[in-house]
Design a protein around this ligand. Structure first.
Ligand code: PEP
Ligand code: MN
Length: 344
C-alpha cells in the first residue's frame, strides 16, 4: 500500500482479495502496510490490484511460505501456554517423559521425576505410530485420563501425538500441545485440521523432509488459522547406522534464519541411543533451540517402546544440569516448573 493509504483503502483491498477467493495476509513493517494475496488465481492479475485506490505496487512473493517466514514477520513468535509458560521468548523449555504411556505407576513416576529435574512439559504417547503393526500401539483413550492426572498433580503441561484427523479433536481437548509426528508431517488433511483446533501444535520434521518442506507444512497450519506452531528437529534419515537418525543441528539456525517460529530439538529420536542423548541435547541448546524434547523412562530396559533411546531419571537430572550450564553461558534462562502454576 502507498505510505499515505487510508484505512478504508486498506479495508477495500482486503475485501477485494477475499472476494477473489484468495486469503489476505496483513503485515505492517517500517510504517508500511503490505497485504499478501495467498492462494487463488487472481494474484497474477497485476492491473486489477494496482487499479485499487491506495495500492502502490503488486510485487511477487519471494518466499513459498509467507506466513512462516521471517521476511513477513521479523519478530519471533512466542507460543503461550496456560499458566504463564512461553515457548520461543529466549528461555529454554524442556519437554520430557516416556515414549509411550504404559501404566499409571510408570506415568506418575516419570512425571514426578522429570518435574523434579526441571522439565515443564510432560510428553507421552497415547496412540503410537509404530513401524510394525505388531508392535505396541499405545494404550489409547485411557492414556488421556492419565495425562490429565499428571497435569493436576504436577502442574506440568502435557503433550501427546494426534495420529489422524478423527482423533485430533479428542487429543486437542485433553492436552496443552498437540504433537504431529514425523510420519505425519506431510499428512495435509491433518495439518489443515490442526490449523482449526485452537491449541498449539508441535510439528516434527519428517525423516526425509527438507527444511523448506517442514516450513511449508507449518504454512498449512498457519494458513488454516492457527498461529501457534512449534517446530521440532528430530533427526533425518542418513546412511550411517551408528545413529538411528542424523540429528540435523544446522536445521536449527537455518529455521531461525528463515522463520519466526520457535524450534525445539529431540535428541532421543535424533540419535536412537541413550548414551548419545546428553551430548546432542547440549549441542542443540548451543545451536539455539528454544527447547528440548527428551524421552525418559523409570526403567528404560523394560520400556514398551524406544527404551534404547530413553534416559532413566538420574541420567535425565544430569542432562538438565548440563543443559542449564550451556543455556546460562549463552545468557538464556531455563524455564523452571515453579514459574508454572499447578493446575492452571
Ligand atoms: C515420538 O515423539 O514418540 C515420536 C514418535 O516421534 P517422531 O514422530 O519424531 O518419530
Ligand atoms: Mn519415541
Amino acid at each position: 500500500m502507498r505510505r499515505d493509504a487510508r484505512p478504508a483503502e486498506v479495508d477495500q483491498v482486503i475485501a477485494a482479495i477475499e472476494a477473489s477467493g484468495a486469503r489476505p495476509a496483513r503485515l505492517a513493517r517500517e510504517g508500511r502496510i503490505l497485504i499478501g494475496i495467498l492462494g487463488g488465481e487472481a494474484a497474477a492479475e497485476t492491473a486489477r490490484w494496482e487499479a485499487l485506490p491506495g495500492v502502490e505496487a503488486l510485487l511477487p512473493l519471494t518466499t513459498p511460505f509467507p506466513l512462516a517466514s521471517r521476511e513477513w514477520q521479523p519478530q519471533p513468535t512466542v507460543v503461550r501456554l496456560p499458566g504463564g509458560l512461553d515457548i520461543g521468548d529466549g528461555g529454554l523449555i524442556v519437554m520430557a517423559g516416556p515414549c509411550a504411556i504404559e501404566d499409571e505407576a510408570q506415568v506418575l513416576a516419570t512425571a514426578h521425576a522429570v518435574r523434579a529435574a526441571g522439565a515443564t512439559v510432560f510428553r507421552a504417547g497415547v496412540w503410537k505410530p509404530r513401524t510394525s503393526p505388531y508392535a505396541f500401539q499405545g494404550v489409547g483413550e485411557p492414556g488421556l485420563a492419565l495425562l490429565a492426572r499428571v497435569r493436576a498433580e504436577t502442574g506440568l503441561r502435557v503433550i501427546t501425538e494426534a495420529l489422524d484427523v478423527e482423533g485430533l479433536a479428542r487429543v486437542a481437548e485433553a492436552v496443552d500441545i498437540v504433537q504431529i509426528g514425523s510420519r505425519s508431517m506431510q499428512n495435509y488433511a491433518l495439518l489443515r485440521a490442526a490449523g482449526r483446533i485452537g491449541r498449539p501444535v508441535l510439528l516434527k520434521r519428517g525423516a526425509s523432509a527438507t527444511v523448506t518442506e517442514l516450513l511449508l507444512s507449518a504454512e498449512y497450519i498457519l494458513a488454516a488459522g492457527n498461529p501457534d506452531v512449534i517446530l521440532c528437529e528430530r533427526g533425518i534419515r542418513g546412511f550411517d547406522h551408528s545413529t538411528r537418525n542424523t540429528l540435523d543441528l544446522s536445521a536449527i539456525p537455518v529455521v531461525k534464519h528463515l522463520s519466526h517460529l520457535p524450534i525445539i530439538a529431540d535428541p532421543s529420536h535424533g540419535t536412537g541411543h541413550r548414551h548419545l542423548v546428553p551430548a546432542m541435547a547440549r549441542a542443540a541448546v548451543a545451536a539455539g533451540a528454544d527447547g528440548l524434547m527428551v524421552e525418559v523412562h523409570p526403567d528404560p530396559d523394560r520400556a514398551l517402546s524406544d527404551g534404547e533411546q530413553s534416559l532413566d531419571p538420574a541420567a535425565f537430572a544430569t542432562l538438565m544440569r548440563e543443559v542449564k550450564a550451556v543455556a546460562t553461558a549463552l545468557g538464556r534462562p531455563v524455564i523452571a516448573p515453579d514459574r508454572v502454576a499447578v493446575g492452571a
